[in-house]
Design a protein around this ligand. Structure first.
Ligand SMILES: *[C@@H]1O[C@H](CO)[C@@H](O)[C@H](O)[C@H]1NC(C)=O
Length: 139
């Protein structure tokens, strides 16, 4: 009895984690307005670059992300944080219809994975998906 529990539990948690992204994607298809955030479970953390990354959000939202998106289109921006560290931002229009992204929405949701996720993550808000991911190496 103890034997089977030891092996079933880790396996179950792996399935639950790997199924998360797909289920969330389904949930926000269409007009659902519920925001969901998935923090990355591993990788590089924000560490000392936390504030620099928050400041970077303002810059990339203003200069790169705000504007018009075709249905299912996406835009990626890489930003150097410090020597040997970068952040990869991505915004995707998660709907077949076009839409305009405002600075406020961009800032709020790209920051969400910095403030609330030690190693970055992604979130869904309405018809958008936002990703902030710290990585080692420069752009
Ligand atoms: C990031 O830093 C590297 C190394 O200094 C540089 O070559 C590259 O142009 C920088 N990229 C951006 C997007 O600033």
């Amino acid at each position: 009895m103890h034997f089977s529990q030891i092996f079933v539990l880790p396996l179950f948690s792996v399935v639950a984690v790997s199924g998360l992204a797909i289920r969330d994607a389904d949930n926000v298809d269409g007009e659902a307005k519920l925001a969901k955030r998935n923090c990355y479970p591993g990788g590089v953390n924000w560490g000392n670059e936390y504030q620099v990354a928050l400041d970077a959000v303002d810059i990339v939202c203003r200069d790169e992300f705000v504007g018009h998106y075709d249905g299912l289109s996406e835009w990626s921006v890489c930003y150097n944080l410090s020597a040997g560290k970068r952040v990869n931002f991505n915004v995707r229009r998660w709907a077949g219809t076009p839409g305009d992204l405002s600075f406020e929405l961009c800032q709020k949701y790209l920051r969400l994975e910095i403030v609330g996720c030690g190693m970055g993550g992604q979130s869904y808000q309405g018809n958008w998906r936002f990703m902030s991911d710290p990585n080692s190496g420069t752009c």
